[in-house]
Design a protein around this ligand. Structure first.
Ligand code: UDP
Length: 342
């Protein structure tokens, strides 16, 4: 395994910073992670096909435009890299049910293309954006990492496949990986320069903020008859910069020569849809026009992380709560109007 110092010499740099190839670094979470890596003193190369990412989110970084299925393009950048972070995946549960082909093509075939290109280049440290969707419908909440992995939609299946591919490549080829099982990523960088930008937007917090601002239709609340205290679904919303920080810690862990691992990345605190709406109203000072609608297929009543392992292994703990999530998302929405024009 190449040591970080090798790269430092190769690039004429001092110190033990690592060159990280951030696949999907022009996307929502990847762009926050790229900045966190740079703050920690690492060098970043962003590789993104800009299918859902935005060039301006990669401003200030080396951006290589390419697709994970393009082994030749990967083969040109991997030799300059010490580690890979893989954010480039499709991530809509509902869409994966309707169009599994798209999900298996990008997330599975594309993922394997990346792994094999990394293997060929001898880059054996990889940090992977996994998801709590690998667990499916958990019998017990908060969820621990030993919850059986039984995904209930093609998105979760595609992510579980990649986790298991990493496990196989670890045993066979000495890969060292981190599978970071995200709960609900939300919020935006405190600077207001980067944030969530999905098209179409399907996520609760931007839709509720948009409804409050009068820039989106009234919010549909997907079900109020769940077995939860107020009848709406409970989720664990983790701030994107806390998420970004766990990637840096995971990288440091692997760069120190330690073993592969999988951890939940959540706060340990769940909020119902109703509670999120109230927070949006507090932050914006405006009501959220809303209507109770039917349940959305595939939504478990409650998904909350037990984040103890991430704390024990990486000394990582979310430092931001729901208020920070909503306030930074609102700040981003206010500052970014019109910025999405590609
Ligand atoms: N949700 C909702 N209305 C919307 C979008 C989402 O009621 O327009 C609910 C959804 O049913 C879930 C929670 O908000 O319980 C979070 O959904 P989101 O799509 O933000 O994230 P997911 O949990 O699907 O990753």
């Amino acid at each position: 395994m190449r040591q970080p110092q090798v790269a430092a010499v190769r690039h004429g740099r001092k110190g033990n910073d690592v060159v990280v190839l951030v696949i999907g670094g022009a996307g929502y979470i990847g762009s926050h992670a790229a900045r966190a890596l740079r703050r920690a003193g690492h060098e970043v190369i962003i590789f993104d096909n800009l299918s859902t990412g935005y060039e301006f989110l990669a401003t200030g970084f080396e951006l290589v435009k390419g697709d994970v299925l393009d082994a030749a393009a990967l083969g040109r950048v991997l030799p300059r890299s010490d580690a890979v972070m893989h954010f480039a995946a499709h991530a809509y549960v509902g869409e994966s049910v309707l169009n599994p082909k798209k999900y298996f093509h990008n997330n599975v075939e594309g993922g394997l293309s990346l792994l094999n290109a990394a293997l060929a280049a001898g880059v054996k440290k990889i940090i992977f954006s996994s998801t709590c969707a690998v667990y499916g419908e958990p019998a017990k909440v908060p969820m621990e990492e030993n919850t059986p992995r039984q995904p209930v939609n093609p998105y979760g299946v595609s992510k579980l496949f990649f986790e298991q591919a990493l496990e196989s490549y670890d045993r066979a080829y000495g890969f060292r990986f981190a599978s970071l099982r995200y709960f609900n990523a939300a919020g935006a960088d405190e600077s207001g320069e980067i944030g969530e930008l999905h098209d179409p937007e399907t996520h609760l917090i931007p839709l509720a903020l948009g409804a409050a601002a009068g820039r989106a239709p009234e919010l549909q609340v997907f079900g109020s008859d769940y077995p939860t205290p107020d009848g709406t679904c409970i989720r664990d919303y983790v701030h994107v910069n806390d998420l970004a920080d766990v990637h840096v810690k995971a990288l440091d862990h692997l760069a120190a020569g330690r073993d592969s691992f999988a951890v939940n990345v959540g706060t340990g605190q769940g909020y119902s849809v109703q509670e999120v709406i109230l927070e949006v109203e507090r932050v914006t000072g405006r009501p959220v026009p809303r209507k109770i609608g039917p349940r959305r297929a595939g939504d478990p009543p409650m998904l909350v992380a037990n984040p103890a392992r991430a704390q024990a292994l990486l000394q990582w703990k979310a430092t931001r709560g729901l208020h920070d999530v909503v306030a930074t998302a609102w700040n981003w929405m206010e500052r970014s109007r019109g910025v999405a024009a590609k």
